[in-house]
Design a protein around this ligand. Sequence first.
Ligand code: PLP
Length: 461
Amino acid sequence: MSAHVSPGGFTGTSPVWLREPADVNALVPALWSASARKADGVLHIGGLAVPDLVADVNTPAYVLDEDDFRARARAFRDGFAGYDVYYAGKAFLCTSVARWVAEEGLCLDVCSDGELTVALRAGVDPVRIGYHGNNKTAMELRRAVDAGVGRIIVDSFHEIERLADVARQLGVTQGVMVRVTAGVEAHTHEFIATAHEDQKFGFSIASGDAFEAASRVLAEDGLDLSGLHSHIGSQIFDTSGWEVAARRVLALHARIGTELGRVLPELDLGGGFGIAYTTQDDPSDPAVLAEQLTKIVTGECAVLGIAVPHLSIEPGRAIVGPAMCTVYTVGTVKEVALDGGATRTYVSVDGGMSDNIRTALYDADYSCTLASRVSSAAPVLARVVGKHCESGDIVVKDEFLPGDIAPGDLVAVPGTGAYGRSMASNYNHALRPPVVAVKDGRARVIVRRETVDDLLATDVG
Ligand SMILES: Cc1ncc(COP(=O)(O)O)c(C=O)c1O
């Protein structure tokens, strides 16, 4: 953070990357879905004026640009031609989205019985579903195997036994991948490569557990090991983490071939491709990422003298993140004095950490804009906060908003599609907001707002 006098004369405390905008009404297109634009200060998405849209569904509301979602899905499918692209449903999943994923030719990654239920309800071909999770119960495994899920990514020795039992009982052979930890932790622009990973997912390559897991799976008649799976982190912009991970994972892949006599046909490199939440972020095009990852893997395979396995990836955030924004109504505005004589304008909205936990949980940065009118007021450094009983209930830590921002104004936050609604909670008995899909000037509620009856339905008194 730095105290600075901005070119426009603003004096305040803001992160160094945040600059006072020349026009506080303007959108930064890279942060928004493709159809987002402003007309007389009013935000339009999918051909609809946002104030008209929320007049019907109320706020807070998530607005999902269907064409943008589909275009991003296709960009991964085409950019990563020759790969299987699994959309990571944990980022956001509902029946409509599962259908769009299938229609655009992607596979689907689920990590719970609930996500599997939605996928099956949407009619996704079970063979094209991958199932993750570090603690799948016997019941959950049975349901997945019974449904015909294409691949189950095993994460512990207990699970290998459990899954082998299920496959035996059902008399089937189940496709399996082994989740490995490559000792690489990648987030944003940095990564850390260590010998060990102190975390719950996967089998460590360094400790030998990953090799042992592969040999145990291969020893089970009912399990068919198709490959190794490595996911190194999230919101990654630089491929150097994948490079280190690929070297370690492919060395294991080659060892399984020579020592266990099984040339694994596949390899999954996971998800984690970064998006632009603010002007700090500069994500790469999927085709560029594909070229870089393919070069890393083919280069490493050449060094090892092995055939290149069939590759897959699991992007979630990079498909749904920028396709969705959240619209809030401003309730109160408060100016708070900071050390050194600066002030910060606290703008309280009608949602918060119950619809977007990422700011509180990960210290994530977001941006926002006044969505309901044009303003000629000078920008002020604002913090958009929620209505929950937590001082950490922050939606947007730092943004320049017009100085006349007032109760009743609409504020829209871009880039909330991933891990927004999917991580939403009922904290303070908040009702989780709806997801409204917009396309060609029409709006369709694809997840309705929760009601008080929904809340009370589980409270049996
Ligand atoms: C195994 C696995 N695959 C894919 C993803 C999707 O990551 P992202 O949404 O960052 O692309 C995750 C996210 O946590 C994950 O754990």
